[in-house]
Every structure is written in C-alpha cells, then in structure tokens.
Design a protein around this ligand. Sequence first.
Ligand code: NAG
Ligand code: NAG
Ligand code: NAG
Length: 972
Amino acid sequence: MYNLYQPFTHGPSLYRQRNPNAVRAIALALSWTFLLLCIWVIIDKFYHARKHANIARCRSLDDLPSTVDAPVPGIKSPTRLRSDRYEPSQDEVFSKRKKYVKLKNGKIWTGRLNGTEVIQGDVIFGEGVIKSITVSKTYDPAHSRYTTHVEGDDIKGGGEWVVVHPEGVEGDESVETEVIDVKGAWITPGLVDLHSHIGVSSLPQLSGASDGNSHNGPILPFLRSIDGLNTHDESYILAVAGGVTTAQVLPGSANNIGGQSFVIKLRPTNERSAISKVVEPPYTLLNGSRYGEGDWGFEAKPRWRHMKHACGENPDRRYEFTRMDAAWAYRNAYNEAKKIKDQQDAFCSQLLSGDLRKAEEEFPESPLETEALVDVLRGRVKLSIHCYEAVDLDMIVRLSNEFKFPIASLHHTGETYLVPDVLRRTWGGAPATALFAANARKKREAYRNSEFAPKVLADNDIPVVMKSDHPVLNSRYLLYEAQQANFYGLNSTKALESVTTTPAKAAGLGHRLGYISEGYDADVVVWDSHPLTLGATPQRVYIDGILQINDSHPTMKPGELQNPPQTPNFDKEARETVENDGLPPLEASVIFRGKVVVLKNLSTGYIRDGDRVKRWFPPVDSMQDGEQAKGWDVVMRDGSVLCHGVFGSCTTSLARDGIRLEDFEEVDLEGGVILPGLTTFGSSIGLTEIAQEPTTNDGNAVDPFSATPALLGDPLETIIRAEDGLQFGGRNTLLAYRGGVTQAIVAPVVSRFVFGLATAFSTGATNALERGAVIQNTTALHMSITHQNDISPTNAPIVIHVDSADIMATLINLKHEYHETTGQDVQFTFAGGTEAHLLADDIARENISVILTPSRPFPIDWDKRRILPGPPLSADTQISYLLRKGINVGLGTVDEFDARNARFDAEWARLSSGGYIDIAKAIELVTVNLEKALGVTEPNSDMIALKGVSMGFEGKLFSVTSKRRGVIEILL
Ligand SMILES: *[C@@H]1O[C@H](CO)[C@@H](O)[C@H](O)[C@H]1NC(C)=O
Ligand SMILES: *[C@@H]1O[C@H](CO)[C@@H](O)[C@H](O)[C@H]1NC(C)=O
Ligand SMILES: *[C@@H]1O[C@H](CO)[C@@H](O)[C@H](O)[C@H]1NC(C)=O
C-alpha cells in the first residue's frame, strides 16, 4: 500500500525525477480530495439548505397578509393594470386588441371616503380591473334629487366600439373601448355576500350535491368548502342577476369548527373548475408554499385564509352537546394548536438568536389536522363565527382573549346589538357583524333578533354586514337585506357599505373588492333604480370585467326611484327594543272603541270593491299627472267608515247630523295613504311561535291517511282543523299586524306536509274568544303533493300545495276525469305554483287560482327548478305573466317572519312589472285574490293607514281599523 504522503515528504525528489508512480499517486490524491470535497459540499449544502429554510421560515413566521382594506383616497393612476383573474375574450385573442368598457354618464357610488363619495361620470375598465373614473361632477346626495324620467327604450343594449387610449394607460398598445351610455343610472361595486353556502348546499337540493355540513365531529378545522363546491349550482346566475358578484362559501354550522371557507367569484370560468372561482386562493391551497407570484408581482406576503366556527344550537343539537361541552371543545382544540405554535416560536427564537444547533433540526411542523388553527393563532385567518346569544358571544370573546386571536366577523348574531361592549372586548378589536334584516324567531337563540339591530350596531361603531346565508335566504336578494336594514334605520351610506365595502374588508379583500376605484377588480353593477329602493334590479353586471348579465328589456325606473328612499323614523322602536332586551311590547299603543276618529290629511285611498280593489280618493280623473293630493279626511267609528272627503267637508256634514265635534279624535296622517288590510298565507303563523321549539307550536298533527283507523276513524271525517290549534299574540303574528297584515290564513301541517282544513283569523286579536278573532273557522281543504308523497284528492274544494308543472298537469287530468265520471266540477287552487307558468293556458282555462309561495321564485327543489326568473333574466315576472293570462294570482310566503312583508312583496311585484301592475292590482295580490283562491267567503273589511306615501320603503303603518273587531288601533 502506498504511503500517500511519502512523495510530498520527499518533495524535492518529486520534482527532480518524473517518476510515473509519483504521477499516479498525485492523481489518486486529487481524486480523493475531490471526493471528500464533494461529500463535504453535499453535507454542507444539505445543512445550509435546512439552515436557510429554517431561518427564512422563522423570519416569516408572523408575516401577515395584506392589511390594506380600502383604496387610498386621491390615487389617480391605476397601480394594478391587470387582474390575476383576467380571461381574455375570444375576440381579444383573435384581434390581438384588448377590449375595454366605458360606462358613460353614471351616478357612481364608489364606496370610497367611507361610502360618501358619489361621482357623476364615467368608469372605464379592462383586463379585469378598473382603469379610470372620470368625474363630470360630484353628486351630493344631501342636496340633489333626481327627477328625470328615462324611457326604457332609450337605454337599449350595447354601445359603440371605438379605438381610444384610456387615461392612465400610457404607452399601451391600442385597445378597443365599448362605450355604453347608462343615462344617469346608478353604478355600484358588485355585491359581496359574506355568508353563503352557494355551491355546497346546492340548488336544486339533491342528496348528491349536499356538501355543506360534515357530521364527523365537532372540531374539523382541516375541512375545506372548496372541496365540495358544486360548479353546476343553479344559484350562481340568479345571485349574479341580483348584482352579487362575490361570496364567501362557508361550511355549515353543524360543527363548532366546520372548516375552511373560500371567497369565490360567481361567474363561470373558462376552466370550469372550482379552484378557478376562488379569489386569491391561499398558497396553502395552491401548492403548500407560502408565497408566490400574484398580479402585483412577487408577493412577499401570505394570503388570507378563511374559516368558519359556530356556537349555540346548531352544533349542540348535532352532537347532543351542552354549551359547556362546546366551549370545552374549542378550548381543547385551541390549546393543542397553541402547544404547536409555542414549540415553533421557541424553536425560532432560539434559531434567530444565534443558536445554530437549531439550524440542524427540523422545523416543528404542525400536523395537517391543526395547521389551520395554528394560522388562526398567528392572525392569518379571517374567522367567521356563527353565534347568536349573549352567552355564546361572551364565551367566544373570552376564547379569543384566552388564546389571543382576532375574529373577523360574527354571523347571525341575534343579540350582538344588545352586547356591544362584549364585542369591543374581542382580542384585536370588535369584529364586523353579519346579520339578517328580518329573518328571526325560527329558533330560541334567534328569538330576540331585531330588525333594528343594524342601526343599533352602527350607532355603536360596530361594522354592519348584511348577508344571505344562501340558501336560507335567496342570495339573489342580498340587496333586499340592506334595503330593509335601511328602512329600519341603518343610514343609506352604511346600508350600501353593508353589502359591498364592509364585507370585502371583513374578508380581507378590501384591497381589491368592494369599491369602484382604480386598480380594483372590475366587478360593476348598473342598476335600474337607486339600489336602496324596493325591487332595484341590475341592468348590467360585470365580473372581472366580463359582462354576465345584459338585460335585453331594461326598464329604467321613474324619477323618484332614482333617489334613495326617504325612510320613516324608527328611533323610538329601536330604543324600546334595546330597553326591553330585544322583546319590546308589540300591542297597539292606543285602542279606540266607540269613539269617532278622523284620519286627517291623507293623500290617497284605496278600497275594496267586490272582488277588486279600486282607487277610493281622490277620484282618478281629478288628479294631474304626478300631483300629490293632500288633505283628505276619513272619519270612522268602531271600524266603520262614517264618511270621507276633502279637508273639513266630512266633519261639517257629520256635525249637521248631530255628531258632536268635541267627541272627535283627530290624527294627522301627514299625506299618508289608506288601504285595505292585507292578508298573509303560506306560513304557519298563528300555529307556530318558534318553529324549532315543539313546545311553542301546535305540533304536527297525525296524518289521517297513515294513522291506524282505530285511532282516527274515517280519514275524511277526521280531517285536522287549523282553527283548533290557533294561538294569538305571538311575535310573528303581531309584527305582521304592525306591517298592515290584518288577516292570516293557515293550513295545518301534518307530518311535514300540509293536510287539513285551513282557517282565517285576525292577527291583531288577543285570543280566540275575542270578537272577530276567528274570521272563518274553515276556509278550504289543503293538501300538498310533491314527488315525495301521493294522495288522492277528495270531493271538497281543495287547495293543493304543488310546484311541479308535471304534477299540475296530472291534477288537471284528474279534474277532467272527475268531471266525466260524476258530472260535477271540483275547484282547485295551486299553492306554491313555482312552475305554473309552464301550464298557464291550461290553468287559466280550468279557472284554477295560483298562489305563488314564495312570491319570487327560488329553485330550491327539483320540483321548483323551472322558474320564470323575472328581470333582468326575463322580461316578465311570473306574477305579471300569470296575470296577463287571466289567472287569479295571490302572493304567499314560506316563513312566519316574512308574513309582515306582504306589503313589500306586493309593491315589489308592481315595481318589477314594467308598468303592467298598478297599485290597485298590486294590493289585490295580497287581499281579494288570496281570499278568492283560498275559499274565504267573508271579505276582510279591515283598513290600514300608513304615514308616508308609499307601500314600499317610504311608508310606516299608523293605524288599523277593524269593523269586524269593532276597533281602531294606533300602532305607533
Ligand atoms: C372614515 O372613517 C374613519 C373612522 O370613522 C375616520 O377615521 C376617517 O378619517 C374617515 N375617512 C374619510 C376619508 O372620511
Ligand atoms: C351615515 O352615518 C355615517 C356616520 O355614522 C356618516 O358618516 C354618513 O354621512 C351618514 N350617511 C348619511 C347618508 O347620512
Ligand atoms: C267558529 O266555530 C265556533 C264554534 O263552533 C262558533 O262559535 C263560531 O261562531 C264560529 N266562527 C265563525 C266566524 O264562523
């Protein structure tokens, strides 16, 4: 064996003689050295790679995503020239020219300056982002009122194509810009729905597309809603038709920690995938790495993640938990996450303070089960917490302080308005609150929900978001939630913010969504009226700059509807609600019996006339166009009208008849209106107080067709009667009464479907024995027919609860057969009626009434999937279409809370009919038409008076006059 070093120790001899052995030895030595060097380099590289990774990891451990949550005022040129979501159209690819859109002459509510900025001017967008806004003048909502009437025909269709270089895009190649004159229409950012289950609780509801709730345990932070997102949900296009462009898709509330949520755009993408809908997909979702390339260039920050938590009844019911168990489940989960976070923090603080032994160790990664919760503790997750009651809110806020994590938004939050101080104690500051406007009382924890909550919270400087919880409410009408909040006292700025900027900020996306501002996503809606007016409908909707909806029959609504509504004052009611812990008294404040009451200073009256409604005063031909008459009096006693006439004439004539003026009680209606009392049908109002609490309800009656005969005898002789289960004075009932709905018709609910004899009752009565409380003991026989059951009809007049056109066709055949075999006719009414337009001619011929329940179609089940959606997706609404066919149409509702809104439903039907439905016809939809359809033979002679001139958001119920009950009640 060679002594390797020998030649070197004899150095001089090496150079003296070139000995071949020495050369070999040198070569060998060199290769060995090289080999060792390589090994050393590899080891060193490995060691350093780990060291560098660990150091980088530790340095970024507490990096936060973007915290910019609003455009910086005054920024003129776009900082973001192209969206990461930009999908060039085929046109653009073909012509190699970018296509921009310029919406000209809009009233642009930008969302900037805390929602107070309105610009009259143009907005230009392209490549998925807003390029520029041109101001012609700034609109001052406090001092301007728009009165221009623009005819529908003026605003038809698309615009002209011109080649222009929009401002702020210097040096760019030429682009083509489509110029569309919107003629003064309102433009807002696309609406953002912070709480939706769109795509996971998918429509139509089918067991194969129900991915909203895992039932695999209370703590599931590792689940992701994106993994269950149905890309074929029927609701996407409908939501977009309501101006909704973005939604946070939350897992359901069956778990305390239900999983991670994702914010999606609602448009179809070229890729058709679930992931391509996600806005700024977090890097943890894309490839496990933390940072990446976005459209701002390399992003040196992580992106927001989102997660759902839920407390209270929903998860507790599922796991037979108490609230104590739920709180422990949370603390245990967060404690596990905290242990991992603490290990990571300790590791990093040692490494970063120079302890290089740590460089050799592996970073203490969290197991996949907990890594998302560790990110919550690092403040990188926007938490959405479903939580109703003070007790739950208190627990969640303590949890946030115990484990030191922020909460982005609290959802449903029936009682947040009662505990603003608790919210302010949340670690990191008060969360936003995401509310329903009026959906309340379905369960105990929602019993104290109040329509005044948005106003009260805003007064407490808590950010207010209005949300749909789709499909709990149809997300197409998200804006209606903001409108109602505005009606009940949330000011118009905050109401618009509540469905745009505020939810965008709460989702951590205020740097690109929720505003019309340079560089923001081009999610833009052009409206047919001011967005806070009832029935406001998009004419055009763009998402990422791509046209989604183009109303081919746009109806620009007239003058006054271009202004925000002048809503009534509910300050007193809001104050009383807080003072009474959410349950203010709802009974009438003043009741007149035997007294002559003069309703003074009315502008308009409508009255029943047989089975129609007609204008009562002023006479139709006496009115100039647009003139608001004032000064009509209606004099009443015990609910009967004594006389009516222009100011003073009526009282004078009464005095002549010997009625003493000093006995008069005079009330000033300030130009208000008097109308027939309205009727509600479709919910279980009067049978149900808290739907999910059996002890508060009449309960499910026994199905006479499935019970043993011994128990019930002949089914048809033992039909359930709703009148036997009536309860008076419930909150839904009294709120309906306060909304001018003086009569309710309810059918019994039998083992989840409707069957039995319905009854009609007065919503304002206190008990069944009171005079006029029960209006008609039995109105008609009701039954429901869906694809889930099949029972044969009887020979009585019947109201059939049916939605499928195919089942309606079968029923019409049955009606013929019955006629052929017996020579007699059977009278049908279809309640539900979602697909009735498909058989409109047959239904008209058979003289079948249709009660649309709900009044605006929603394809929630297979039987209801073929809807006539109404503007902007179809010219006709289903209501106007059926009326045109000569069918008797009534409007119904599904939920008890919604009974109070009959007046809004009717007015909405009028406002979206393009002029076909006038006020009298609109009132008929919720009065005479319903009575006719439901077999009510005793006409409802109640009258209601509103302060304010509209059935919509400018009127407030003042009084109810009931001849039947012999009273006049003041409800202020
Ligand atoms: C917006 O409101 C916040 C909080 O009330 C206030 O600090 C800020 O100055 C306002 N910004 C503008 C532009 O009015
Ligand atoms: C609504 O209230 C906010 C402050 O609470 C205010 O800045 C805004 O101007 C108000 N908007 C209107 C239309 O009064
Ligand atoms: C309802 O039935 C009760 C008892 O059968 C009866 O006293 C009452 O007069 C009926 N009410 C109406 C409005 O027919």
